[in-house]
Write a protein that binds this ligand. Structure first.
Ligand SMILES: NC(=O)C1=CN([C@@H]2O[C@H](COP(=O)(O)OP(=O)(O)OC[C@H]3O[C@@H](n4cnc5c(N)ncnc54)[C@H](OP(=O)(O)O)[C@@H]3O)[C@@H](O)[C@H]2O)C=CC1
Ligand SMILES: CC[C@](O)(C(C)=O)C(=O)O
Ligand SMILES: [Mg+2]
Ligand SMILES: [Mg+2]
Length: 491
């Protein structure tokens, strides 16, 4: 065992990283048939396990849950999740030998021990599936030769996998077959049927590789998706309090603001989100985001480099070996931040006000999405995958903050994402200290330039619009969104 990616030649690394084909809807005409009548056993009933299982059952598949004997005996949350939803639950010994397909939906940290326990019980020729390839790519786990190994990775939290499915839509999904484990050539048919069963095919599916999924997923979650939303929440809240904005108002503006402004992003990209601002506010948001991009670019690049070179994974695995000391300490510190401890006030904020009074938040989202997209594509990750891991998923994470702030976000994302989120946040806050000193309530907490009466510089506005619209994330975004015809409004 060791970092599998690091054993590859540069040529092989680049080939794997660039594996990404947007699949046509016609490729899913067979729906869930390849898995119909097969026994599907999910190991773990947490964020992804429960929600994927509910969707797959609603799609007509046979789902049961294999849990640790202690989890069943002690009636832990996983047991309650599965049994209260009417699923068959059993131990590994009872269920794994019956399974045609085993979905390993336990935390990444546990994959080595889970695979070690499950693999000997799997019947010959069965399939093992992951929703994130960390165990294969960063830890180099080798799977029995007769087993097929696939990945179906929804690009969003488990809760939203379910919510989007119930809305009749789905979440973009990466599927892959481990090239070293496809002895019967059935991997792609099964991965497609699995993606159809979760509803992923309605939002867009990329045929990719384990490597491309791991490197892009880690980058998205550490930077724009979770890291920057955490940093932005804390900095914007503290600034409003420093400047005398009512704490309940400040708390509400941020808690629900990310969700509202990124709903505009989800529908029409950065262009639409920025178009929701008045022209003077749009120019200001553009200028702020350019400045933010210059300050944060080296940090985004460092995260990408650490992920590519294996430093991130080895650092996190050291913390695993140290009983998650850092993770648990950082989690506790987040719970103590003023933003987290201040409830949203009972005050009305209209949908438009979230944009008008949140110009800095809009600037942060634009800067973060573009930087994450640029760092990924500069490293050989294909634009469609970088789009899902930056622009498309940001609103899905923002929805979790709207529910119960950073606590909810960090609870529903994987432990791997949470660890990377804190790493980014701790490096980003000091980096933005001087920038934040110059910030006032004209760009966070109050409406920008309501009465300043200055004429808009048309030439500048045209240049800003051009720069926004011509960014590559907007080009691939309009192509990918064109196929998202079943998308439903949330806000
Ligand atoms: N969180 C998310 O939304 C996303 C996660 N993923 C990936 O999906 C996978 C699952 O992540 P996630 O849903 O966050 O996981 P969770 O932390 O929500 O999963 C917890 C489940 O795993 C079980 N579990 C924990 N430790 C062990 C162990 N040692 N042996 C067996 N079972 C164990 C728990 O059961 P018990 O009651 O026994 O403790 C529980 O059912 C990961 O690979 C992750 O990267 C991919 C996309 C998004
Ligand atoms: C954004 C975090 C994620 O990658 C996800 C929900 O997609 C995770 O690991 O939780
Ligand atoms: Mg992800
Ligand atoms: Mg992840």
């Amino acid at each position: 065992m060791g970092n599998y990616f690091n054993t590859l030649s540069l040529r092989d690394k680049l080939t794997q990283l660039s594996k990404c084909r947007f699949m046509d809807a016609s490729e899913f005409e067979d729906g869930v048939n390849a898995l119909k009548g097969k026994k599907i056993v999910i190991v773990g009933c947490g964020a992804q396990g429960l929600n994927q299982g509910l969707n797959m059952r609603d799609s007509g598949l046979d789902i049961s849950y294999a849990l640790r004997a202690e989890a069943i005996a002690e009636k832990r949350k996983s047991f309650v999740n599965a049994s209260e939803n009417g699923f068959n639950v059993g131990t590994y010994e009872e269920l794994i030998p019956t399974a045609d397909l085993v979905l390993n939906l336990t935390p990444d940290k546990q994959h080595t021990s889970v695979v070690k326990a499950v693999m000997p019980l799997m019947k010959k020729g069965a399939t093992l599936s992951y929703s994130h390839g960390f165990n294969i790519v960063e830890e180099g786990t080798q799977i029995r030769e007769d087993l097929t190994v696939i990945m179906v990775a929804p690009k969003c939290p488990g809760t939203e996998v379910r919510e989007e499915y119930k809305r009749g839509f789905g979440v973009p999904t990466l599927i892959a077959v481990h090239e070293e484990n496809d002895p019967e050539g059935k991997g792609w048919a099964q991965a497609k049927a699995y993606a159809a069963a979760t509803g992923g095919d309605r939002a867009g599916v990329l045929a990719s590789s384990f490597i491309a999924e791991v490197k892009s997923d880690l980058m998205g979650e550490q930077t724009i998706l979770c890291g920057l939303l955490q940093t932005g929440s804390i900095l914007c809240f503290d600034k409003m309090i420093e400047k005398g904005i009512d704490a309940g108002y400040a708390s509400k503006l941020i808690q629900y603001g990310w969700e509202t402004i990124t709903e505009g992003l989800k529908y029409g990209g950065i262009t639409n989100m920025m178009d929701r601002l008045s022209n003077p506010a749009k120019i200001k948001a553009f200028e702020l985001s350019e400045e933010l991009k210059d300050i944060m670019r080296p940090l985004f690049q460092k995260h990408m480099d650490d992920i590519m070179e294996g430093r991130f994974s080895s650092g996190m695995m050291e913390d695993w070996a140290n009983d998650d000391k850092d993770l648990l300490g950082w989690r506790a510190a987040t719970a103590e931040t003023a933003f987290e401890k201040t409830p949203a006030g009972n005050v009305e904020i209209s949908e438009q006000e979230y944009y008008d009074n949140g110009v800095l938040m809009v600037a942060m989202v634009r800067a973060g999405v573009e930087l994450a997209f640029e760092a990924m594509t500069d490293s050989g990750i294909i634009d469609a995958s970088a789009y899902y891991e930056s622009l498309h998923e940001t609103p899905l994470i923002a929805n979790t903050i709207a529910r119960r702030k950073l606590y909810e976000m960090n609870s529903v994302i994987s432990d791997t994402a949470e660890y990377g989120c804190y790493l980014f946040d701790h490096a980003c806050k000091p980096l933005l200290a001087d920038f934040m000193k110059k910030i006032d309530t004209d760009v966070i907490g109050k409406a920008y330039a309501k009465d300043n009466g200055k004429a808009v510089d048309n030439a500048k506005l045209i240049a800003v619009n051009k720069a926004l619209r011509e960014h590559p994330v907007e080009k691939v975004g309009s192509f990918l969104r064109a196929s998202m015809t079943a998308m439903k409004p949330i806000v």
